[in-house]
Design a protein around this ligand. Structure first.
Ligand SMILES: [Fe+2]
Ligand SMILES: [Fe+2]
Length: 360
């Protein structure tokens, strides 16, 4: 990290170096403003490779800028994340699939409609029309690209906004269950930890994306406004019907898995060239304990999608349980451990959630 910073300063040192960098950059922008109505984000994404060669022994891959480097202090070497992330294998992450839990009850249907409405609003706001793009792309790829093309910047805007709101429900639910437990002088049965951990994990997604792109004023205002409305709406909704909120989050996470799956597909299809050789930021490497040969942007998307699939499963499972009396199956030890049961990692994947009778 230090070597990267030294290299960064080095790039400013001489005009000649800058000229060389621009040449060696091969179409990758050092700094550009994205024109998504209106232009939210200033992209200052990738440092050219050649600038780092003199100072660093790291491989010649594009690195993301450290927008908020960890503060160096005299005595502290490193601060670990509050919740260490479980290890995911590559096969487990590749096995994550898009899935949908059928809305069976009235409360399920309310939750699903709410998610559909929110998704529609966000699609309109961020110009995301993937299905239409694919349909037109089959007939006229150039026109589809011009009209609906999702660029790296558009995806990043969407990811930053989504992750900034995704970290709220778990915190609200965890907080309310914490207060409920104290107020009613009853135990919580282990739910609080999973809920807070989920929101922590979402915030790590956000911090990772923020290492790659810094939001402008408009985006910050959107996040601020959304958080104000979102937090309060979830607060009251969770007081009224926690089961509906868990189902709602389960459906929301189904959408998150769809979104990240599309990003991975677009990347594989060569539609996101700036991400093709992009390395994951250090914060992500540390948090997910990414193996040395699996630290690309694609790998990062696989990790994040796997997390979203876990949130999908956890919230659908919570939505199936007795909210007041059932233990948290993700925090429990089972009488027969050989029987498949919920875990924090991806060993047993249940995209539609575990049914109560199978685990309680
Ligand atoms: Fe997320
Ligand atoms: Fe999520």
């Amino acid at each position: 990290m230090i070597s990267t910073r030294v290299a960064t300063r080095g790039t400013m040192a001489s005009k000649r170096t800058s000229a060389q960098l621009l040449k060696s950059f091969n179409g990758l922008n050092t700094s550009s403003t994205i024109g998504l109505r209106p232009a939210f984000i200033v992209v200052k994404q990738i440092h050219p490779v050649s600038s780092q060669r003199n100072f660093s022994t790291t491989p010649a891959k594009p690195k993301v800028t450290e927008f908020f480097p960890q503060k160096e202090t005299e005595l502290v070497r490193k601060t670990e994340p509050a919740w260490p992330h479980p290890i995911y294998s590559y096969e487990q992450m590749e096995a994550v699939t898009v899935a949908h839990r059928e809305a069976k009850t009235f409360s399920d249907k309310i939750a699903l409609i709410a998610v559909k409405v929110l998704r529609w609003g966000l699609d309109v706001a961020t110009g995301y029309k993937h299905d239409k793009a694919i349909a037109l792309g089959e007939k006229d790829p150039a026109a589809a690209d011009k009209k609906y093309g999702m660029t790296e910047e558009k995806y990043m805007i969407r990811n930053v906004f989504l992750e900034s709101v995704a970290g709220v429900p778990g915190m609200v639910a965890g907080m309310l269950r914490h207060l409920h437990s104290m107020r009613r002088m009853k135990r919580d049965n282990g739910w609080i930890e999973s809920l807070l951990e989920e929101s922590f994990n979402e915030r790590m997604h956000l911090l990772t994306f923020l290492k790659m792109q810094q939001p402008g004023l408009f985006m910050r205002a959107m996040v601020l406004g959304a958080q104000g409305v979102w937090f309060n709406a979830l607060f009251f909704a969770y007081l009224i019907s926690p089961r509906t909120v868990h189902r709602f989050v389960g459906y929301l996470e189904e959408e998150a898995v769809i979104t990240y799956t599309r990003q991975i597909k677009d990347l594989d299809a060569g539609r996101l060239p700036k991400w093709q050789h992009l390395e994951a930021p250090q914060i992500a490497i540390d948090y997910w304990k990414m193996p040395e040969d699996k630290r690309s942007m694609r790998d990062l998307l696989l990790y994040i999608r796997a997390d979203e699939s876990k949130h999908r499963e956890v919230n659908h499972t919570f939505g199936n349980l007795d909210q007041k009396n059932d233990p948290n199956p993700y925090n429990s030890e089972y009488k027969d451990p050989s029987r498949p049961h919920p875990t924090k990692d991806l060993v047993h994947q249940k995209p539609e959630g575990w049914e109560r009778t199978d685990i309680i």
